[in-house]
Design a protein around this ligand. Sequence first.
Ligand code: NAD
Ligand code: TYD
Length: 341
Amino acid sequence: MLKLFVTGGAGFIGSAFIRLALAARPDCQVINFDALTYAGNPDNLTGLDAERHCFVHGDIANRDQVLAALPDDTDALINFAAESHVDRSIVSADEFLRTNVLGTQVLLDVARARGIRRFVHISTDEVMGSLPEDENAFFTEASPFAPNSPYAASKAAAEHLVRAAHHTHGLDTITTRCGNNYGPRQFPEKLIPLFIANALADEPVPVYGDGRNVRDWIYVDDHCRAILLALEKGESGATYNIGARNERRNLEVVESLLRALDKPASLIRYVKDRPGHDRRYAIDPTKIEMELGWQPQETWESGLKKTIQWYADNPEWIARARSGAYREYYARQYGVEVSAR
Ligand code: NAD
Ligand code: TYD
């Protein structure tokens, strides 16, 4: 039996991880601990095997709630819970510090108190800042920390706390740093689901700055397979960079999406750049490839096709995600109303 305690499992990547772990490991049982913030979505959990998946509503920054939910026979705690959107962290960093920093320390403390076998912390390439556009520069596990947004700074702080818990207290930890994920069930504030949702509704797609920023894209299930592998075979205390060697300029991503949806390029709107906008992310995944034998299974073309198909097939999911507080967020961020479709 593999007993997992997953935090943030109602979000985009956490819910994909739970699906994958339950399918890949028939002996796996999951407790899914999530505060259901604006990004946590019970719709993301439909169809999960109720015998092996148990949802607990709770906040990782609340020690009593974590203590009450975390059984001491848990094999691994996997921490996905976070405030995850750079633009929101620019408006206010408060929740980022509370969840990403304080919440991570609470989880580390409780995991230690409960004698949890392994602590897997999900981090991001953004802790390493921005790369020059020179094609030969890549993030490795040895790259220095240089976070540029409040989001990235909070994730860097969390990584330091994980490192300290391993070094000082001997907690068995793994840290993974991944690039930009895309796939089904991603909240439509991030580039790809936002642009698919807008294009499907024939609304403009807002490109920041000159649209030439580079991101290193990975299909969410490939990221989750890497996490499962690192959880099972990774070296205690290690960090693994995860990336699919798939760098794309934002404009290239947008053009691919519009082409696949058969929508005109005239939907593109250049809008004011994001303050402090990182120019380029690019991951060198050699370590996880060589040490753990991980390889992505999806190509950019196959991953994008699956992703677009999922959003096209799930208009109710999009409509529900774009209702309520999302409408205020959109109006504040983009200065226009989002349509009701
Ligand atoms: P998400 O925003 O879709 O989901 C975050 C989840 O965490 C939500 O279900 C939310 O309800 C939950 N949560 C937030 N605060 C909480 C709290 N205090 N207590 C309990 N639950 C809380 O995020 P995501 O895109 O799925 O990202 C998951 C993790 O992966 C994050 O740690 C993020 O930093 C990291 N990451 C994301 C990407 C990406 O491209 N999305 C890339 C690299 C790393
Ligand atoms: P995002 O999905 O927010 O991820 P991150 O900032 O963590 O990389 O953004 C991906 C890229 O797309 C980034 O360069 C910012 C850009 N972007 C836009 O051009 N317009 C948008 O409306 C959004 C949300 C992002």
